[in-house]
Ligand binder design. Structure first.
Ligand SMILES: [Zn+2]
Length: 309
């Protein structure tokens, strides 16, 4: 009996030795039931996966969910056959839902850009605060399925773009604020021309100070509504000749006098910039011009405070 056991043991060794000269042991990797490829070491592959997907600051990966079950089976392949580590890593990445992280920079509560590292975010934050001291610049970590990082731009360039855009925005807001009366934004100058008489002027043509603004332009030059509103008068009026009056709400009205033509009717809604009439010299006028008035709750207002800036 002992002899037989020895014979079997020796025989097995010979067989194994023979196999080892021709073949090598591998793990065959399956996604669900589909064969993906072979690896030499299961441990090595898992370590690589860990680095590639779960611990990867380089790619800004926060976490990854594998959508397939990985199974390993022991196998032997021809000794010369290449293993498929790279291919398997790639396949794992393709079959994962990856969540990335990035750093968002917000200016006054509005997200402006995203960068790869906290260090970059802080540099940009510092630079913005250096130029726009009163603003609120915050950094927050964002988790996303798709990165929104522009790798082409330097931090300086990103910061400068944000600063420039903000300066333009502030200037626009200031302009709107300065051209707003009782909440009505007077967005458009009514006519392109030369100012010939200002509000408050004393001139021989009338026996009171000037209640509006005169802008000289050729007969027929278009006159635009200065803001959105509703036409409350369109017709003749003593002294004014042909006139359009627009009611903008909030007790604000604008008057457009001495027109040669009127293009809007009482009750029409008009938009800022819409053509409402044409320059003329009707009524008490010495030459073609627009007489423009602003009234607030019936009181005269100096138009130059809001327009022709
Ligand atoms: Zn006038």
């Amino acid at each position: 009996m002992l002899k037989l056991t020895n014979i079997i043991a020796i025989g097995t060794l010979i067989i194994v030795a023979f196999i080892m000269t021709k073949f090598k042991p591998v793990y065959t990797v399956y996604f669900n039931e589909e064969k993906i490829g072979n690896v030499l070491s299961k441990e090595q592959l898992e370590k690589e996966l860990e680095q590639d997907l779960y611990d990867n600051n380089e790619k800004n990966i926060a976490f990854a969910d594998l959508n397939v079950n990985i199974k390993y089976k022991r196998n032997f392949v021809n000794k010369n056959e290449q293993t498929d580590d790279e291919k398997i890593l790639l396949a794992v990445e393709e079959n994962s839902s990856i969540t990335y992280f990035e750093y968002a920079i917000c200016l006054n509560g509005i997200q402006k850009t995203c960068v790869k590292t906290m260090e970059e975010a802080k540099l940009i934050q510092e630079k913005i605060l250096g130029e726009l001291a009163t603003s609120n610049v915050s950094i927050s970590t964002i988790y996303t399925k798709e990165l929104n990082i522009d790798n082409e731009k330097s931090q300086d360039l990103i910061a400068n773009e944000i600063i420039e855009n903000e300066k333009i925005k502030i200037a626009n807001e200031e302009k709107i604020k300065q051209s707003t009366i009782n909440g009505i934004y007077l967005a458009v100058n009514p006519v392109n021309g030369r100012i010939t008489s200002r509000y408050g002027a004393n001139e021989s043509i009338r026996n009171h100070t000037h209640k509006g603004l005169d802008i000289a332009a050729k007969t027929g030059t278009i006159i635009k509504a200065v803001a959105n509103g509703k036409v409350s008068y369109s017709g003749q009026m003593s002294g004014y000749g042909n006139i359009v009056i627009i009611d903008h709400g909030n007790e604000i009205q604008t008057y457009y006098g001495h027109c040669s033509k009127l293009y809007v009717k009482v009750g029409s809604q008009v938009k800022a910039g819409q053509t409402i009439a044409a320059v003329g010299s009707t009524g008490n006028s010495t030459g073609p011009h627009l007489h423009f008035e602003i009234r607030k709750a019936g009181q005269y207002v100096n138009p130059i405070k809001y327009l022709y800036k």
